[in-house]
Design a protein around this ligand. Structure first.
Ligand code: HAM
Length: 437
């Protein structure tokens, strides 16, 4: 018979969230909401399905060819389960581009699916906080997004020894590749993929990969030199005016005058996998070598709205994933130990009291905002009921047996200190509030 049971495990690369897991996730998303709302961002949401073309246009080869879950619906439409939020944000802004007030400050918390090989920091279903600022392009926009990013991580007690925002620029990257490395457009595609592998592969394997992909040795050497150079050093090697170099230099000029300076650095190896980025791009890294993947990332996209409508709207934003962030919080021990405490009440029950008395107590507590449950279970021994309260992390147990009821009183037991306090049934709520914290 047993071979007829269905498996209980969730689909590969997805997670079941039991209450203990939800508690952690809800806790960090609530903190994130608080931070982004303090910057004036408003929550939005789009559908989980979009036409495949919405992603095919600009999300980049890897996502579109290897990672998107797609299917034909019953009406013969080619649909995709969203692998990311940005094209939906662009579509929604485009749909109301005439009437919307700019700048648009939007955020969302949603789940996404990508057909990934599940590994540390990478799953098939994950959640992201997306934060996007749309309107014009300009230094103040880029700075604000970076400031939201840094303040989000700091909100959890992290400091500059724990994470770093690494910044580059798509235009600058292309200019350096063309002028300094002398890479052809085809070579640039190969190099961009390799750059992403550079921090994850041993050096000889990385060079072998580049050689096997047809990059000449001299260009590999030049590339290494480039990675070792500062922003001003690299910018100095460019002959003409580089808009990308200016965007980066201006941004660092402002950062260096503010409190963001210790958290940010230039890093030429940041390329970002998504195709639509056009200007400054960034990724946030955990400084603990345990977690090598980007915690989160984003950048400026000038032309995404243009997929849907003729409109001059530029955007900048980032996607902050829950998987890598939870690894970060655990590694740096930033999850509070009392997160699983259940600040509630258990109403214990006795056979010699009419059950409606407990319902009344429970209703009184609930209506006044105190969460509580009535003990259910065949074995009503006092010890068993207290054990249950402890196993659920419940802070207070209320005892009202036949004797207490006839004497018009209730006993409140603090499960952590074991202290017992007698209060009058008639003044129950008023006196309980003095004990309950
Ligand atoms: P992304 O770099 O593809 O960017 O993803 C952003 C973050 O989402 C990653 O840094 C990581 O935290 C998380 N993430 C991505 N894929 C996975 C996965 N398979 N498993 C677990 N976590 C994952 C974007 O998605 C852009 N749309 C972000 C953006 C918003 N750019 C502008 N606005």
């Amino acid at each position: 018979m047993s071979d007829k049971f269905l498996p209980t495990n969730s689909y590969i690369g997805t997670r079941d969230f039991y209450p203990d897991d939800m508690r952690v996730r809800n806790w960090f998303f609530a903190k994130m909401r608080k931070v982004v709302e303090s910057f004036g961002y408003e929550e939005m949401l789009g559908p989980i399905l979009e036409p495949f073309d919405v992603f095919a246009a600009k999300s980049g080869e890897e996502i579109v060819n290897e990672q998107v879950y797609h299917f034909t619906d019953r009406g013969e439409r080619h649909m995709a389960i969203r692998p990311e939020m940005t094209p939906t944000v662009a579509r929604m802004v485009a749909a109301k581009s005439g009437e919307i007030r700019y700048p648009v400050r939007w955020y969302s918390i949603a789940n996404f699916m990508r057909y990934e090989r599940p590994q540390k920091g990478r799953l098939r279903e994950f959640w992201q906080l997306n934060v996007d600022l749309l309107g014009e392009s300009g230094l103040e926009y880029d700075y604000e997004i970076l400031s939201v990013m840094v303040n989000l991580v700091k909100e959890f007690g992290a400091d500059e020894t724990m994470f770093k925002v690494k910044i580059n620029n798509r235009r600058f990257y292309n200019d350096v590749m063309r002028e300094v490395v002398n890479a052809t457009p085809d070579e640039m595609k190969v190099i961009s993929k390799a750059v992403d592998k550079r921090s994850k592969l041993p050096r000889d394997k990385y060079e072998e990969w580049l050689k096997d992909s047809g990059i000449p040795g001299a260009k590999i050497d030049r590339l290494e030199e480039v990675f070792g150079m500062s922003l001003s050093g690299l910018a100095g090697k460019l002959t003409g005016d580089s808009q990308g170099a200016k965007e980066l230099t201006d941004l660092f000029g402002l950062i260096d005058k503010t409190g963001l300076a210790p958290y940010c650095e230039f890093d030429f190896s940041i390329v970002r996998g998504l195709e639509y980025y056009t200007g400054n791009i960034f990724e946030v890294y955990d400084l603990d070598p345990e977690n090598r993947r980007a915690l989160f990332g984003g950048g400026r996209y000038d032309n995404l709205i243009g997929l849907f409508k003729k409109a001059e709207v530029s955007g900048i934003g980032f996607g902050f994933g829950d998987v890598t962030f939870q690894n970060f919080l655990e590694t740096h021990m930033l999850i509070p130990s009392d997160i699983h405490e259940n600040n509630g009440v258990l109403i214990t029950v006795f056979d010699d009291v009419d059950y409606s008395e407990y319902i009344r107590l429970s209703d009184e507590l609930r209506v006044s905002g105190i969460k509580n449950t009535i003990y259910f279970g065949g074995n009503k021994k006092m010890g068993r009921q207290f054990q249950y309260a402890e196993s659920m992390g419940i802070k207070f147990a209320i005892v009202m047996g036949g004797n207490e009821l006839s004497e018009g009183k209730v006993i409140v037991k603090d499960m952590t200190t074991r202290e017992q306090t007698e209060i009058k049934r008639a003044k129950f709520l008023e006196d309980f509030r003095k004990i309950f914290r």
